[in-house]
Design a protein around this ligand. Structure first.
Ligand SMILES: Cc1cc2nc3c(=O)[nH]c(=O)nc-3n(C[C@H](O)[C@H](O)[C@H](O)COP(=O)(O)OP(=O)(O)OC[C@H]3O[C@@H](n4cnc5c(N)ncnc54)[C@H](O)[C@@H]3O)c2cc1C
Length: 493
């Protein structure tokens, strides 16, 4: 009963750690094991760890509100209710969460959370703390983690997933049979030219699942982070910085978010991201993050961000720094039930690649690391029961069954620019139609051969699916903002 887990972020590693039979588990990852969105995560992980001041009900309510009414309520309850136990597991695995002076867990506040419930490690290096501890724990359990092994296809037989096809960075390929395959392949930030995500985030899992015929959902919901440095690489400045009091100003020094939303800089992410983009467009000038009120305390509370900002030549303790929204997190993905089961027998999906329904149209800050831990664990338990049919609430199938693994006839840059322009922070029907036509014209070459060609082909397929889903949803919802939605036009006029 072999289980192949694809990906070494929090979702794949928790799944491996909780798997009932470690001797049957093989973990594959396409680069170094630390190359992941998880490793890059800064702000923290949300969960209820202070029953006196917080509650599961409050965490559920905050998550549902952020999701703009489109969350799956049962999935949200599972996420929040399992949270405290998964935090205990992470601590047991060696994650060094920061402590308050009294010795308890230190808890931070982030946008749209009603309570300070965000646990962090190393100040602002939470993801690295989690990834390193989990990697140690997984290998300590005797589980093989095989790096530089790209999964290029799912092997299917009679509608059931039976294994994976791989390509190593050296160019060798191998088919690996498995009783169950767990996609934990993370996100798709490389769809866009401006992204907080590392290079490995190329939508592979969604593309692999789509080609195998799995049900996909919510692909139109892509979250943009409001505050990345407006410099190449788009280094992310965590929401926690605004949570602790930093503000946004335009080039005249005006705190423009006060007029946009009652919660100003701590409004839901999509609202802040659009507020920043709108102000940049209206003024033709940069927008700035002003954290100068912290002064030299920035270096102790946010040591990693502080080092990166200073390395970029900016003295944020004494002057506001230019920021821009950038692609950050995909709420949609491979549709699963509450145990990570997809619509295909033998195939599971956990973490950012999955659409569990916990995020609805907009993810609440710091809920994605938690989602990886909770559903990675749930999938591991389900694996001990054997594969099941999809048991979750039916969702709209956004798959495009006509697309094969063809190379892209465009460069990565051309593709990213098209997606940014057509399926970015604001979308309308004409732009989406033009983008769909452009993307359709870019496929049809022979099968990809190199790692980079596979990744670009995956991005192209994901972009086509995303554009189609965005065109189909004609009303704005959460992160999906239709500028041609009549309700928006009325508000604007
Ligand atoms: C800069 C940044 C800051 C963030 N901050 C936070 C935060 O503070 N709190 C929070 O909750 N969330 C945060 N997020 C989001 C969060 O980090 C991710 O959503 C989460 O870590 C995803 O975990 P995952 O295990 O699903 O995927 P990942 O951690 O992205 O791991 C995916 C893995 O799959 C591998 N892989 C992909 N495709 C293939 C393939 N074809 N074959 C083999 N291997 C493959 C990758 O190499 C990688 O190892 C942040 C994200 C970024 C980018």
């Amino acid at each position: 009963m072999t289980t192949v887990i694809v990906g070494t972020g929090i979702a794949g590693l928790v799944c491996a750690l909780a798997h009932p039979r470690p001797e049957d588990v093989l973990v594959l990852t396409k680069a170094e094991p630390t190359a992941s969105n998880t490793f890059a995560a800064q702000g923290g992980i949300a969960a209820v760890t202070d029953p006196a001041g917080d509650s599961i009900a409050a965490h559920v309510a905050d998550t549902l509100t952020a999701g703009a009414g489109l969350c799956d309520a049962a999935a949200v309850r599972a996420l929040c209710a399992d949270g405290p136990d998964r935090i205990a597991d992470l601590i047991a695995a060696g994650v060094p969460f920061d402590r308050s002076p009294a010795g308890g867990l230190a808890r931070g506040l982030e946008a749209a959370h009603s309570v300070a419930r965000i646990l962090h490690a190393g100040g602002d290096a939470t993801g690295a703390g989690i990834a390193e501890a989990l990697l140690r724990a997984v290998t300590g359990r005797g589980i093989e983690v095989r790096p530089h092994t790209l999964v290029t296809a799912l092997i299917t037989d009679g509608g059931r997933v039976r294994g994976v096809r791989t390509l190593t960075s050296g160019g060798a390929g191998e088919d690996i049979t498995a009783d169950a395959v767990v996609l934990a392949t993370g996100g798709a930030g490389q769809l866009y030219p401006y992204t907080s995500n590392p290079e490995v985030a190329t939508a592979d899992g969604v593309a692999l699942a789509a080609r195998a015929g799995a049900v996909l959902a919510d692909l139109e919901f892509y979250q943009f982070h409001p505050t990345t440095l407006a410099l190449p690489g788009n280094f992310l400045i965590s929401e926690a910085v605004r949570g602790e009091g930093a503000v946004l100003r335009d080039h005249t020094g005006e705190r423009f978010m006060l007029a946009v939303h009652p919660d100003a800089e701590l409004a839901p992410r999509d609202v802040v991201a659009r507020g920043v983009a709108d102000r940049m467009r209206e003024t033709g000038a940069p927008v700035f993050l002003d954290a100068t009120a912290f002064g030299d305390r920035l270096a102790t509370r946010f040591p990693s961000i502080d080092a990166a900002v200073r390395a970029a030549g900016l003295d944020w303790a004494h002057e506001p720094v230019p920021i821009t929204p950038a692609a950050h997190y995909w709420m949609g993905g491979v549709a699963t039930d509450l145990a990570g089961r997809t619509s295909l027998p033998g195939l599971y999906a956990v973490g950012e690649v999955a659409r569990t329904g916990v995020h609805g149209a907009n993810r609440l800050a710091s809920n994605s690391l938690l989602e990886g831990a909770v559903f990675g664990h749930r999938a591991a338990l389900a694996l001990s029961d054997g594969p099941f049919e999809h048991a979750g609430k039916p969702v709209e199938d956004q798959n495009d069954r006509t697309v094969r693994a063809t190379s892209a006839r465009c460069t990565r840059d051309e593709l990213q620019q098209a997606v940014w322009e057509g399926v970015g922070l604001g979308r309308d029907d004409a732009g989406l139609a033009a983008t769909e036509a452009r993307l359709a014209g870019w496929s049809g070459e022979p099968a990809p051969a190199t790692v980079a060609e596979h990744e670009t082909a995956n991005l192209l397929l994901a972009a086509r699916l995303m554009a189609r889903a965005a065109r189909a949803r004609t009303r704005s919802a959460g992160a999906h903002f239709r500028t041609d939605d009549a309700r928006v036009l009325e508000t604007a006029s």
